[in-house]
Design a binder for this molecule. Structure first.
Ligand SMILES: Nc1ncnc2c1ncn2[C@@H]1O[C@H](COP(=O)(O)OP(=O)(O)OP(=O)(O)O)[C@@H](O)[C@H]1O
Ligand SMILES: [Mg+2]
Length: 307
């Protein structure tokens, strides 16, 4: 029996084909991440909902935004936190309109969940594990039944392409609820980790347009070292390196500093990185001091002479 591409593709519905067909153009918009992109597209085309688990700044939103853009699906972002009640997720009747006219459909302010169901879009829920329990249950019901009954409004039915993509940081355990087995059981899960040094250099090269190669090299290496530094609880993502290079350029323009001047780089490190690392309390050190030392030792390891 032939298992050529045509025969295999023919079994998938049109909307699934359209999602899979975005692969080339989305892959071209991202640095690396081919395997993760294939996984995301496969899960979405299979009609499943997805949980992305990984530290901040690992390209989860970038990847999903590119998929949505190129498959002409709407993408709405919801931030999971204690204030994201079921009412906020679903929507509400405008109280003053209700007083004036009673409950009318046109006065219903639709929340992100029914909106995404109605449009057949992607609902991206960041910090999924920070959602209150009852909001999580609302999402689970919508995923399972693909319809949502809204009191005094009616039934919202999900279009074929409606999906929920949840994201969470596995190391984030303050103010979070443990995601239960029954939730995991209803989602596909993909782990996203930091990219290679070569890929991070390319990302920072794209986002920060560096003009001094040594600064780029230093920024990426410092950020990577911060993730395994023995005194640091969690280090910086590639965002730190993007900020480092960008702030270095603008500060240099203002002060006329030499790019590899020690005091200049110390300042840049404090500005760009000290908010992005968490020093383990037992060491009783300030983040800017750890960063400064890391810049000096990394520069030495790279053979860069600071002035
Ligand atoms: N593979 C990649 N290709 C191109 N740019 C990337 C890639 N990964 C990350 N970036 C860039 O790095 C920054 C952080 O990425 P992004 O916001 O997508 O991370 P995230 O995983 O959604 O983070 P968070 O968990 O904090 O929401 C963005 O400026 C993005 O453009
Ligand atoms: Mg994000």
């Amino acid at each position: 029996m032939s298992m050529g591409n045509g025969a295999r593709g023919a079994r998938l519905p049109g909307h699934a084909q359209r999602i899979l067909a975005t692969y080339d153009v989305v892959a071209a918009a991202l640095v690396g991440r081919e395997e993760q992109l294939q996984s995301v597209l496969a899960v979405l085309a299979a009609g499943r909902n997805l949980l992305l688990e990984g530290p901040p700044g690992t390209g989860k939103s970038t990847l999903l935004r590119a998929v949505a853009d190129h498959s002409a699906l709407s993408l709405s972002f919801v931030e999971g936190n204690a204030e994201m009640t079921p009412q906020k997720m679903i929507g509400y009747h405008d109280p003053s309109a209700v007083l004036a006219h009673g409950y009318r459909d046109e006065d219903f302010v639709m929340g992100p969940l029914p909106r995404a169901m109605h449009d057949g879009g992607l609902l991206y829920v960041e910090e999924f594990n920070r959602l209150p329990e009852d909001t999580l249950n609302t999402l689970l019901t919508a995923m399972a039944e693909r319809e949502l009954h809204i009191p005094r409004y009616g039934l919202v039915t999900a279009k074929d392409t409606f999906r929920i993509v949840a994201a969470m940081n596995p190391f984030d355990n303050v103010g979070t609820t443990r995601v239960s087995a029954s939730v995991y059981d209803r989602l596909c899960r993909m782990v996203v980790d930091y990219q290679s040094e070569a890929e991070e250099l390319e990302i920072v090269g794209l986002r920060a347009e560096p003009d001094v190669n040594d600064v780029l090299t230093l920024a990426v290496r410092v950020v990577r070292e911060s993730r395994t530094h023995p005194q640091v609880r969690f280090g910086s993502s590639v965002r730190g390196a993007i900020d480092f290079v960008t702030v270095e350029k603008s500060l240099r323009q203002l002060t006329g500093a030499e790019p590899l001047s020690r005091s200049h780089l110390d300042k840049v490190g404090e500005l760009a990185l000290s908010s992005k690392i968490a020093v383990d309390e037992v060491w009783n050190r300030r983040a800017e001091d750890v960063i400064r030392q890391l810049i000096h030792s990394t520069a030495a390891a790279l053979g860069l002479r600071l002035l």
